[in-house]
Ligand binder design. Sequence first.
Ligand code: UGA
Length: 468
Amino acid sequence: MNITVIGTGHVGLVTCATLAEIGHRVVGMDCDEDKISLLERGEAPFYEPGLTDLLRKHTGSGSLRFMVREADALSEATVVFVSVGTPPLANGEANLLAVEKAARSVASYGRDGVVVVEKSTVPAGTADRVALTLARERPALRFDVVSNPEFLREGSAVSDSLHPDRILIGSASKRAADVMRRVYRPLLRNGCRFIETDIATAELAKHACNAFLSLKISFANALANICERAGADVVSVADIMGADPRIGRAFLDAGLGFGGYCFPKDLAAFERVAARLGYDFSLLNEVARINEQAVESVVGKVRDALWNLEGKRVALLGLAFKPGTDDTRLSPALDLARRLLDEGALVVGYDPQAGASARAELPQLELAGDPYEAAWGAHCLVLCTEWEEFRALDLRALREVMLYPVIVDGRNVFDPETMRELGFTYYPTGRPAIIPRNRKRLGPGGGPNENGSLSPARRFSRVGVARA
Ligand code: UGA
């Protein structure tokens, strides 16, 4: 089929590459000319495992092309995916200007019978707005609008798209649902569920999934606080909970909390959707508040270990919002770096992929070329992102280059017993700290913002350029 994808951000570009991989003729359209030239050469503008291979393969064969001109990109397409950015407004609501612009483009240049697919995460009711825009702009155009939310994760986006556990289609027309079944037919052979619903249900289900996963993480982080106070171990508590199939172990890892361009923004947007519909979904505010506290709790541990932070050198291992990506948008590691810098600490970070984007977002951050260089002369080291390579560190060598042997483990990567044997002062998350006998813990948390929470406006003012 001839398919055009409007918007070549993270979701859009992975959609382009994987639709080409399953046999379609795909055009990726974007207004950013520099990005389009890069893509035409088969290069990805961000790190995503497996993506460059697919781009090279399909731009090489001609089944995947990239264009700026709307007329060229849209006139042949049977199906148009809209995967433009929906960045947060200051009040947390999603900004849908780019979605409306995409609808206008389809109205101007789309062919008769086109199926317009909402791929961007949008509030319930958006498809109706898109349909109204199309009908007003070009009354003679026959079209269908469907909602097809994306469930891919950064870092495993290509594999998630080629081996999805479910494909969700919200539609008001049998014809459109059948077209979407044809689009995805090659993926339906491996037991993947094809779920058809009405449009509002599909739109809402996407927000519900992300909000619920965030809720699980914040539940684990709230538990971590209680475990630290009670001398219990949050990892074991999560394992015990996870053994119950009704609960499940996934997304119960306590730590620095969630970040990235999906959970924080979708949580706020979903709360706004509920508020507009007259429902006070304050549970979601609490999820966001606990998430902010997770970073503050790590600052509290660094203070507990070092007393005053002014002039102290703190090494951060991992700057991306999670392993497997170079994305630092709303990364808890950078939030932590800002708070430490605010208190006068010198912060040096290392990340296998995200160094450049971290530095672009936070120029005061010093970058190191490897973990040992980051740790060199540090008064304290904080493990922020659980990249695989950090599990294999030579901890003895690390201890030797550090000024004080203090580690705060924001992702529970290290084994507490090994830490004790090597003589580290060790602060894990939600597990008993290892503090030398002559030094007692001054208490968890603390600090200026312990009970304060950032308003969406402050939180999102830190987000860089939308990558959607
Ligand atoms: C998330 C969802 O998992 C995808 O299903 C969804 O399609 C995507 O958002 C989206 O809406 O586009 P992603 O943001 O790539 O995917 O990242 P996740 O793997 O879900 O992790 C999100 C954050 O939660 C990371 O900062 C991670 O470190 C944190 N996390 C995850 C925890 O702190 N604890 C956990 O147990 C799990």
